[in-house]
Every structure is written in C-alpha cells, then in structure tokens.
Design a binder for this molecule. Structure first.
Ligand code: FES
Ligand code: FE2
Length: 445
C-alpha cells in the first residue's frame, strides 16, 4: 500500500481539508449552520451577560427580566466594546460604554447620547441569532435563514420524563470536534484502546456481568447505517449460547450528538439494575476547540457501582484532573503518563494525539473504519447539497419533534436481529434486558 500523502488538490483532498472547518465562510461551516447548536445551559443565564464563543464567533448570551433569552455578537457596533460587560434591561442588553441597547432580535432600542430624533437607532442592527430554551439547554441557530429557522430537533434523552436528566458541561477540549465524533463512529477502538489495561470488575458488579460475551473483534459482526437522524454503528457479539447474540448500538445524531445504547453501568456488558442511559453533545467553539455537554438519564433503582470515577455521583463523565490507573514512571516525558485504564482518559489522550486538526491526507483507512467513512460520506452529501443550492438532509423527528435514535443494547436471538436503518427495540422507559440478583436474565419495562 502506498502510504505517501495524496495530493490535497484532488476532490477528496479538498474535502478532507474543509471537513473540520467551522467558520461561516467555509463550506463545512455553512453545513453546520443548518442545525441548531447547544450554546450554554439554561441555568447559566442569570442576571449577568454570558460570553460564549460558537463556531468561531464571539457572542454574548443574556436573559431578559421577562425570562426571554437572547444571543448577540459580542462586539458592540458603536465602537467595539464588549457587550459581556453590558447591563441587562427589559428592552435588551445595554452596552456599558455609551448605552446603545439591543434587543434579542438585534434591533437597537436606545442610543442615549444621540438626539432623540436621530435616525441612527433605526439604522443600526446588531448581529443576532435566534435562541430556544428547551430541556435545560439554550440552543442557537446560526444559519442565513435565521428569520425562519427549522424546528429544533428534540433529542430523545432530553425529552424523557421517566427519570431525571442530568446535564453536565465544562469538559473543554483543545482540538477539533471531529476527532471526538470520529472516535464515536469507530467502535473498533474500544477493543484495543479500552482494553490496554485489563478491566477489573468490581466485586459488587461481578455477579451481574455476562462474561460469556465474545469480545474478540474478528468474531464480532460490525455494521454501520445511515439513518434519518444521522448514523448508527452496531456490533453483534457471539456468546457461549449459539441462540443468543449480544447486540450493542451507538448512534450519532448529526452533526454533534452521540448516544450510547441501552441501560448500562459500564464495560464489559452488564445487565444490572442500573437505569442509567447516557450520551452527550459537542458545543463547537471553533476549529480548534469544543466543549462536551454530557447528558445522563437517571431512573429509580440506580446501580451505584461504576468502572471509572464520575464527575459527580449522578453523572458519567471525566472529573477535572482525572488520570488513568497506569503506573506513572518518573522518566516519562510525555504530556500524559499513567493514562491507561480509564476509557474517558484514554479517549482524550488518543483524540488529542491526532493533532488539533489531524493531517488526514496521511491516513490509510481499513475495514474497521467503515463507521468513520460513513460519517464523512454524510458530511460530504450535505456539502454537495449546499453546493447545488439545496438544503442538507434535515434531522428526522417524530410528530412530537422528538429524535429517536437507536438505543438498543442487549441480547437477541439470531432471528430477532434485523440490521438496517430502523431502530431495534428501544430502551425507552427503562425497557431492556438486565440481570437480576440471581444472575438470571429478565426483560424489564
Ligand atoms: S461602544 Fe458600545 S455604546 Fe459605545
Ligand atoms: Fe472510547
């Protein structure tokens, strides 16, 4: 195989160079602007302006006394002072320098140093973006059609009412968001990276774990499908029982949301009484950074054990300063040492090691990269649609506007396994196969 870098002047080379870009003047940045994005948590908007950088633009979010949120360009159009130091008024955000005030639709409502009859206030409009406050998250829309944005797709976990949804943010990464998304489209890495350190099953979890699931990658069936919401990756593992397969699904709601399948407490697959379902979404800051906003649905009967530390008792995530369980050798000159053994840390280290923006022209994709290739194809189709002046494929939602990703994780008989774009049985309302205390498989609803 020729491992020399292909020319970036080819169509594919051009695509790879553009693919990680987020700016509004880039094709990929334009594609991202056809979707709603998480900007901050609802609780972040109190009585002070909230500076936030999104898709390469410095913005400021705020909440008016009426409760209505707004999102404006941070730079004041008068003489460039930052509106993050502005004052929140009933009729908008007032720049603290000379008092120009802008409502959430960017219209100017006050210019106290100009004559009352000056037309200037009507002529100046601050750059603004529509926002929606839903499910504890403030969402923004950055497309050119911001006057008539598409409906906000309501992510399944965030719309669930059969438990408490815990949102957690603050995990900011200083590399391109696609390093993370491609990691999620690449289930094969689990069987190398996350098995570097042998998993030790805690004593309280051991009785619930099915150790007969075959985790030898070459024995696992691996398939990826484009779906109405994006894509999903499915693994079908053999078990000691010829009539039973262990199926695990991960879904990506295009372009930045990831969703683990099923009810789970960790790896290896276990079927405890843990009503914990999880995933997350990436707040894309710019080409070189993003923030993970994780969501976890907690239901009654949570199983408290875990395979790695959580940011706090109720969430799954990477606590500040968490490192691996590997030995830290004093002669280790690398940025990370002793990083092995904790999946979120392992993912962070390897994703970051690919480079802020990986030099993809040097890649050689193999058969385990079909999920990554599919994610890129979906991007490419979106870019092609925009280039022809068409809309990219919208996110498919049900009649209530809820996006239902495939969340299946559990055992099925070979005849029950239907591999395709349609969802396998849902984990909604906690349904799924778990093990009871005696170790017997039971289906719960
Ligand atoms: S710089 Fe904002 S009002 Fe003058
Ligand atoms: Fe991982």
């Amino acid at each position: 195989m020729n491992v020399e870098a292909p020319s970036q002047k080819t169509k594919h080379g051009e695509f790879l160079a553009d693919y990680p870009r987020t700016g509004k003047d880039t094709p990929a940045g334009k594609l991202l602007r056809h979707y709603w994005h998480p900007v901050c948590l609802s609780e972040d908007l109190k009585d002070l302006p909230y500076p936030v950088r999104m898709l390469g633009e410095d913005l400021v979010a705020f909440r008016k006394p009426s409760g209505e949120p707004g999102l404006l360009l941070r730079r004041c159009p008068h003489r460039c002072a930052s509106l993050e130091y502005g004052q929140i008024h009933p009729h908008g955000l007032k720049c603290s320098y000379h008092g120009w005030t802008f409502d959430s639709d960017g219209t100017c409502t006050e210019m106290p140093l100009e004559p009352e009859d000056s037309p200037m206030c009507k002529e100046v409009r601050q750059t603004w973006y529509p926002v929606q406050d839903w499910a504890g998250v403030v969402w923004g829309y950055f497309g050119e059609d911001r006057e008539t944005p598409p409906p906000l797709p309501k992510l399944d976990i965030l719309s669930r009412e059969d438990g408490e949804v815990v949102l957690e943010r603050g995990d900011v990464r200083n590399y391109n968001y696609l390093n993370f998304m491609e990691n999620f489209a690449d289930m094969g890495h689990v069987y190398v990276l996350h098995m570097l350190a042998p998993g030790v099953v805690p004593d309280d979890v051991a009785p619930y774990c099915d150790m007969s699931v075959n985790t030898e990658w070459r024995n696992i069936q691996h398939a990826n499908f484009e779906t109405g919401y994006g894509m999903k990756s499915v693994l079908v593992h053999p078990t000691d029982n010829a009539d039973r397969r262990y199926v695990n699904t991960w879904s990506i709601c295009f372009p930045y949301t990831y969703r683990f399948g099923g009810i789970s407490a960790g790896l290896p697959p276990d079927f405890t009484d843990d009503r914990r379902e999880s995933g997350g979404m990436l707040r894309i800051i710019d080409d070189e950074s993003f923030e993970i906003i994780r969501f976890t649905l907690l239901r009654e009967g949570n199983f408290k054990s875990t395979f790695y530390p959580r940011a706090h008792a109720n969430a799954r995530g990477l606590a500040e300063g968490t490192t691996g369980i590997g030995e830290k050798k004093e002669y280790d000159n690398r940025k990370y040492s002793g990083w092995e053994g904790l999946p979120p840390v392992e993912d962070l280290v390897l994703q970051e090691s690919q480079g802020v923006i990986p030099e993809r022209q040097y890649e050689n994709l193999g058969s385990s990269d079909t999920g990554v290739a599919l994610l890129r194809r979906i991007f490419r189709k979106g870019l092609a649609a925009i280039e022809k002046g068409r809309m990219p494929k919208p996110i498919e939602a049900d009649t209530d506007g809820v996006v239902r990703t495939d969340t299946f994780k559990g055992f099925l008989s070979p005849e029950e396994i239907v591999l395709g774009a349609e969802n396998l049985p849902s984990s909604e309302n906690g349904a799924g196969l778990i093990r009871d205390e005696a170790g017997a498989l039971v289906f719960t609803k």
